[in-house]
Ligand binder design. Structure first.
Ligand SMILES: [Ca+2]
Ligand SMILES: [Ca+2]
Length: 318
């Protein structure tokens, strides 16, 4: 019994002993190690989290810092923009230089205008050259026909007697003979033509190379040499039927002594001072005066005096 009890006790005791003196089992030890590991990992994780949070905080703070820096840089950029405005001010300075250039240009223009005025004033001071004071045109062979008139009559500019008949070119033309055909007449040649005025009943011989134009109801006819000069034929009224001298003096009171009286065919003729205008009077038509005028035009020389005389000598009433 006792043993049993002892056994019981023993058992009881052994249990108690086991409970009291129980030694940690290897699994428990392992379990304890795992717990330590868990704690260590937790601590590490915590540290990492804290570090991460601190890092994020630091980054956020840093961003704030950088943002603040950016803002301040933006402000600086704004200030740089103001610097650009200063550059614009520099542009205004360039505008000032342009204004100076314009001022110079205006000065040059004014200088040119002054030069023009001087040229004009010189022209005004210099007396105008009268048509009759112009020199005769160039006459290479010195036969009285200028080189330009030699072209009109198809004659030689280097031979006085183109057709070799013993008569000079000018002499033949003014006497009605052909200067290029020994036995020909001027009227029969192609170098002259007849103009007839049906309104005022006259006719005139003229160089065929001239071109005529009628104006003022045929009262004025211009024979253009096509070389800058012309010969005009006009009919003037003489309702008072004045004689040549009276008419001319009445028309030009300041020239009443500056003309010559001559005769061409059946006409009484007044030749004016410079010899470039003929006034033809006919007793058959006493109320009209026929005026033949040589106009040098743009030429600075008298190149068609023989043609002018030819036409005056071959003016006829019809
Ligand atoms: Ca000549
Ligand atoms: Ca001849």
């Amino acid at each position: 019994m006792f043993k049993k009890e002892t056994d019981k006790n023993y058992k009881v005791d052994s249990k108690s002993w086991e409970e009291i003196h129980v030694m940690p089992h290897i699994d428990d030890i392992k379990k304890s190690g795992v717990s330590l590991k868990k704690i260590s990992v937790s601590v590490v994780v915590l540290i990492i989290v804290i570090t991460a949070v601190a890092g994020i905080f630091f980054l956020l703070e840093s961003k704030k810092f950088f943002r603040q820096n950016n803002n301040s840089n933006t402000g600086n950029i704004g200030l740089n923009t103001n610097t650009d405005k200063n550059i614009n001010v520099g542009t205004n300075v360039n505008t000032d230089s342009n204004a100076n250039l314009n001022a110079n240009a205006n000065t040059n223009i004014n200088t040119n205008a002054d030069l023009n005025n001087n040229a004009n004033s010189n022209k005004e001071i210099k007396p105008p050259v009268l048509a009759g004071q112009l020199p005769p045109g160039k006459d290479f062979d010195n036969d009285g026909l200028t080189d330009m008139e030699e072209e009109v009559y198809d004659t030689s500019y280097s031979r006085k007697d183109t057709d070799g008949d013993g008569y000079g070119d000018k002499e033949e033309i003014l006497n009605g003979y052909s200067p290029t055909l020994p036995d020909g007449t001027l009227n029969g040649s192609a170098v002259v033509a007849d103009y007839s005025n049906s309104e005022f009943n006259y006719g005139i011989l003229y160089p065929a190379k001239f071109i005529w134009t009628e104006t003022s109801q045929k009262r004025l006819v211009i024979f253009d040499t096509r070389m800058g000069s012309s010969i005009a034929v006009m009919v003037r009224n003489n309702s008072l039927k004045l004689g040549p001298s009276e008419y001319f003096s009445a028309l030009f009171p300041d020239k009443k002594d500056k003309f010559s009286l001559t005769k061409i065919n059946n006409f009484d003729v007044i030749k004016d001072e410079d010899g470039l205008v003929y006034y033809l009077f006919s007793s058959d038509v006493p109320d009209s005066v026929y005026v033949i005028e040589y106009r040098p035009g743009s030429r600075n020389s008298l190149d068609y005096l023989v043609s002018f005389e030819l036409m005056a000598k071959n003016f006829v009433l019809k």
